[in-house]
Design a protein around this ligand. Sequence first.
Ligand code: GRF
Length: 198
Amino acid sequence: MSEPRKRVAILISGRGSNMSALIEAAKAPDYPAQIVGVFSNQPDAGGLQVAASHGIATAWRWHKDYPSRTGFELAIADVLKLWRPDIIALAGFMRILTPEFTEKWKGRMINIHPSLLPLHRGLHTHEAAIAAGDKEHGCTVHFVTPGMDEGPTILQARVPILPGDTPDTLAERVLAEEHRIYPEALALVARGAATFSG
Ligand code: GRF
């Protein structure tokens, strides 16, 4: 008998195009994970409606309603208790998580970042890659650790930076690769083919 599919919660803050890529991938009968819920820290995140239209449970808690990062994370944890995920996939989730939270989910929480880590951590990566004169740019799926955009890499994809590229044209090229590798990386983690090794 095949292994039960791993339960995945996705955390978003915005349009959720990576979330959509994961939802689509998980429709394949042989995909090793199922999306059990989508959570946002922004009540008006476009991705919430998209997820709901696929019949997926959604929830939001506005981080500004909580006096501390820890208080907000306790609210996330309450939602996760209902969904019982095995894995958390961050997909454009724009909140920094505390070491307590990342430690609890160590090896079971992944993120997609739009750069070839360790290059260009943080925001505005497309601008940064162009400004640095890089010839290549890309995206990375990695395990989440306390340091922002620092955890072990699961998959990377590269794209060229072309003459005349703007941050927008480059972002579009990178995003197509994000949508390709995030489902692949989640499948690797769900199958136990990619594991956290420090
Ligand atoms: C993506 O570029 C992702 O790599 C970054 O935030 C963006 C989110 O886009 N972490 P979307 O909400 O998945 O469309």
